[in-house]
Structure formats: structure tokens, C-alpha cells
Design a binder for this molecule. Sequence first.
Ligand code: BTN
Length: 187
Amino acid sequence: MKDHQRTKNLVLAAMLVAILVILGLLPGIPLGIIPVPLVLQNMGVMLAGGLLGSKYGTAAVGLFLLLVFLGLPLLSGGRGGATVFLGPSGGYLIAWLFVPFLIGRLKRLFQVRAQHSWWHELLIVGVAGVIFVDVVGALWLAWQSSIPLSTALVSNLVFIPGDLLKAILAVVITRRIRNLMQLEVEY
Ligand code: BTN
């Protein structure tokens, strides 16, 4: 990778951490039927995968989660600290770390290139950023809250419409920025 491309990626990774922080300023919406809020930060994680690929995307999300782990109140509603990883939403947070890697690997596997239609990208972001995260989140939630897995999975369905909307937005934004900044993303 050329030096200027590496610099671009580092700047973009720092911007993605800032975007995750900004999205966290919006308070999560409690849904009642599940002890996990509706948030916008998972869209930032999808953006990290699309704009930065596996390596830099994982670094950006990893840095953000590390700051949360260390106690910075960066999650929606100003939460942070190691205990949130052990709470009901711990599974989603851990899953976020793998989203850029999965997006990158799936794009490589199916050779989805920038010029392909946005449907290809949406499918991949949908699998990695929505289905994977919600399933891992539900698995952890079931174990952590001692509820049946089927109940955890079914209650997670409440997130699907919003998460799909975020996936669409993430793909549209990714494609715009990639073109504008002429990014060569290494998936
Ligand atoms: C936290 O702030 O404690 C993490 C919240 C995790 C929320 C998950 S991410 C996938 C799903 N979609 C949402 O809007 N909320 C959940």
C-alpha cells in the first residue's frame, strides 16, 4: 500500500472513531421488551467495514471499544466501563469488533468491487452488520439474562427494520465517500 493511501486510511480511521463517538451522543431508545437499547452506533461500525476494510476498520472499532472498556462514557446515554461488556448488550459490543473483518472477507470472497451495484454491498453489510451482530447479541443475552434462546432471538426481531435502514444508509454513504475521496479500500 502506498504511503499516501496509508495516511488516508489512518485519517479516515480516526474520523470513524470520532463518528462512533458522535453517534453515541444520541441517547439509546429503550424498547421495553428487551434490555438492550436501539442505537445508531452500529451504523458507524458498518461504515468502518465499508470505508476502511478489515484491517483499518477493525483497528477503528477496536480502539473505540477499548476506550469504552477503559471507562470512557462513549456508548449511547454516556455509558462505559468493563461492566457494560458483561451486561445484556455485551454480545453486541463484542460482535461489533468482528463486523469490519467480516465485511472485508465477504467482499473478498464474493469479489464485490466498488463498481458493482449497491445491492451486492447491502447483502454483505446485511449479513455481517445486521444478522451476525443480532444473532451473537441474542446468544449472549440468552446466556447472560437466563432467558430461552428462542425468546432472545424473537425479541431481537424488533431491531431488524431499523438495522436494515442503517445498513442501507451505511452502504449509500460508503459508496459516496469512497468515490469522493477516491479511496482504494483493501478488503
Ligand atoms: C450499548 O450501548 O450498550 C450497546 C447497544 C447494542 C445495541 C444493539 S446493536 C444491534 C441492535 N440494533 C440496535 O439498534 N440495538 C441493538
